[in-house]
Design a binder for this molecule. Structure first.
Ligand code: ADP
Ligand code: F6P
Length: 319
């Protein structure tokens, strides 16, 4: 039987993390549990930075961007002695279980705590959509909307000035934000780690598109693939077309969560509370074909990313 549960957010923040916190706290109280918040991810766990909360403490937080309990990248958590300190802080407060909202790195931290006897459950909180066990992660759709809004604006000015625009989007090593943004905005060229184009190929396609009469040409690329400022100069030099680059950056991670992310986060949060009460541990919540489920975290981490072949084929038909 669990009584006290703690919640933390870890790794890169994502819109909707607050919605998850709000739902977990409310559902926990309804189920006669005592919810605690942990500040700054695993760092707060080690420092004993916990706060017992009531319904009023989380009222309306689900409509806010970022995470009200803050996040951190805390590599020291990989050390067993650091995790032992975290467990001792949890024991001091009598915490029975921990909800970890974060990406696959944060999942790894939860799995390590599970091995050390702590009850844990994960929620996929990342804009990257790079957790293979779930169709969507919390924050992905809000981030995608931000990207689409930015690219639509860039299209306006690129069309006015007859320019090429390279736009770099986030996603770590997952191209889901890029491919979905390309479909949504009608970008003419796309390069992601799943289907990386050489710089020469980008230049060749750009020339051809201009010859075919396109005034503006939008090139979406995933982060980590090119130096977009250098690439922009090369395109200009080799094609004679004015080219500019934009790195969208961290604005992709902020902002109020759209309804889709709020609902996903709340559904997953409630499911996490029920799963913990049912005795599950070392698992994370997924949404597959609109159905919630749990899966062992270590199995999730080992899963291969799907190559998104159908999406790329569909994009090829409309670009
Ligand atoms: P994300 O959760 O978004 O993938 P990170 O990869 O930065 O982000 O991981 C977030 C945090 O999870 C790390 O800063 C660290 O505290 C913890 N973590 C990551 N990998 C491990 C690991 N192998 N063992 C223990 N903790 C880990
Ligand atoms: O995982 C979310 C993410 O925004 C990735 O898309 C990106 O690669 C990374 O975090 C950036 O991390 P930081 O905010 O530490 O620069």
């Amino acid at each position: 039987m669990i009584k006290k549960i703690a919640i933390l957010t870890s790794g890169g923040d994502s819109p909707g993390m607050n919605s998850a916190i709000e739902a977990i706290v409310n559902a926990a109280i309804k189920k006669k549990l005592e919810p605690y918040l942990v500040y700054e991810g695993y760092l707060g766990l080690v420092n004993g930075d916990f706060k017992k909360v009531e319904k009023k403490d989380v009222k309306f937080i689900g409509n806010k961007g970022g995470t009200i309990i803050y996040s951190a990248r805390f590599p020291d958590f990989k050390k067993i002695e650091v995790r032992k300190k975290a467990i001792s802080e949890m024991n001091k407060k009598g915490i029975d279980a921990l909800v970890v909202i974060g990406g696959d790195g944060s999942y790894m931290g939860a799995a390590k705590l599970t091995e050390m006897g702590i009850k844990t459950i994960g929620l996929p909180g990342t804009i990257d959509n790079d957790i293979s066990s779930t169709d969507f992660t919390i924050g992905f759709h809000t981030s995608l909307n931000t990207i689409v809004e930015v690219i639509d604006k860039i299209r306006d000015t690129a069309e006015s000035h007859k320019r090429v625009k390279i736009i770099e989007v986030m996603g770590r090593y997952c191209g889901d934000l890029a491919i979905n943004a390309a479909i949504a905005t009608g970008a003419e060229i796309l390069s992601t780690s799943e289907r990386k184009l050489s710089e020469d190929e980008i230049i060749k396609q750009t020339k051809k598109l201009r010859e075919e009469g396109n005034r503006s040409i939008i090139i979406i690329v995933s982060e980590h693939l090119y130096n977009v400022s250098e690439l922009s100069k090369k395109i200009e030099l080799k094609t004679g077309i004015e080219t500019r680059s934009t790195i969208i950056g961290h604005s992709q991670r902020g902002g109020i969560p759209i309804a889709e992310d709020r609902i996903l986060a709340k559904r997953m949060g409630i499911f996490a509370v029920d799963s913990l009460i049912a005795g599950e541990t070392g698992v994370a919540v997924n949404l597959i074909d609109n159905k919630l489920s749990t899966k062992n975290i270590l199995e999730i981490i080992k899963m291969k990313r799907l190559p998104r072949k159908e999406l790329f084929n569909q994009y090829d038909l409309i670009k």
